[in-house]
Write a protein that binds this ligand. Structure first.
Ligand SMILES: [Zn+2]
Length: 289
């Protein structure tokens, strides 16, 4: 490609100075013998063609006029002819227009994780198909592992950028060398989308479990406990008094002391649990259920 002045129409790739030529949406007018005039531009060369039927083919290679390549796709007369080499073609179907992008996926496998990457250029169809496919895979396979559960949502969010890029592209011009990928259903219509709820459900479960664990320091008089440790190193948990686990009932509680002799004031006292963590001290006076 050169920047020399317009070549005769017989040259399929006339070099054009940058910025030269009509706006892309007016390209089809080159096929009209009496299309619009463009001021100082010499499209008359093309309009003077004896055979208007040939005009589309010449016009097809014409949109190099300082336009960025993807805009070629707006040109409707694509007929599967060899495309200029500098054009960005879809890596998968060869279609134009195409944009460079990277679509990502993630697989978590408990200890290892796998980062999936699909590099373009992509046409609109193959790009959207890739984003949907990789994101659906991540939705199923991306959560399995602590690191993966963190990486996976980031990976899926990173696909938003290429997705927006692809959606801005026009439909690929007909006549691409290969068949574009099948985009399938939008993600929102796939069962995989339900997997988005998995981390939310997991977090909710953890929160609920933590809310329901009552530490001995929170044990109220009348609640029940079990000692899962030994007499010398007790591990006291608060449990439901109706459960078979329940071992003692808290008959009294003494704050700021580990002097269990004061438990004698509570009727039914038969054991005590004392705890001293830092400056926090308390004593649970325990009796039979
Ligand atoms: Zn494609």
């Amino acid at each position: 490609m050169t920047t020399s002045p317009p070549q005769p129409p017989q040259n399929p790739y006339p070099g054009q100075p940058g910025g030269y030529g009509p706006p892309p949406e007016q390209f089809p007018q080159y096929t009209q013998p009496h299309g619009q005039q463009h001021g100082q531009q010499p499209p008359q060369q093309y309009q003077q063609q004896p055979s208007p039927q040939q005009a589309p083919q010449q016009g097809q290679s014409f949109p190099q006029q300082g336009q960025s390549f993807p805009q070629q796709g707006q040109f409707p007369q694509h007929q599967g002819q060899p495309m200029p080499q500098a054009t960005v073609q879809c890596r998968f179907c060869g279609g134009i227009p195409a944009v460079q992008a990277t679509v990502r996926g993630h697989q978590g496998m408990i200890v290892v994780m796998r980062f999936l990457k699909l590099q373009g250029p992509f046409c609109r169809t193959c790009g959207i198909a890739s984003v949907r496919d990789m994101t659906a895979k991540s939705l199923w396979q991306g959560w399995w592992g602590i690191g993966s559960a963190i990486v996976n949502p980031i990976t899926m969010l990173m696909n938003l950028e290429p997705w927006a890029k692809f959606r801005k592209l026009p439909e690929p011009a007909p006549g691409a060398p290969g068949r574009p990928m099948n985009p399938g259903k939008p993600l929102i219509q796939r069962p995989a989308i339900a997997m988005l709820l998995l981390p939310i459900a997991l977090i909710a479960t953890i929160v609920v479990i933590n809310l329901n664990i009552t530490t001995p320091s929170e044990a109220a008089v009348g609640s029940c406990v079990v000692n899962k440790g030994s007499a010398t190193s007790p591990e006291v948990d608060v449990v439901d008094c109706a459960s078979s686990e329940a071992e003692y009932k808290v008959v009294g509680k003494l704050d700021n002391t580990i002097d269990d002799s004061q438990c004698a004031q509570f009727p039914g006292y038969e054991a005590a649990y004392t705890s001293e963590v830092g400056s926090q001290r308390y004593t649970l006076c325990l009796g039979p259920i």
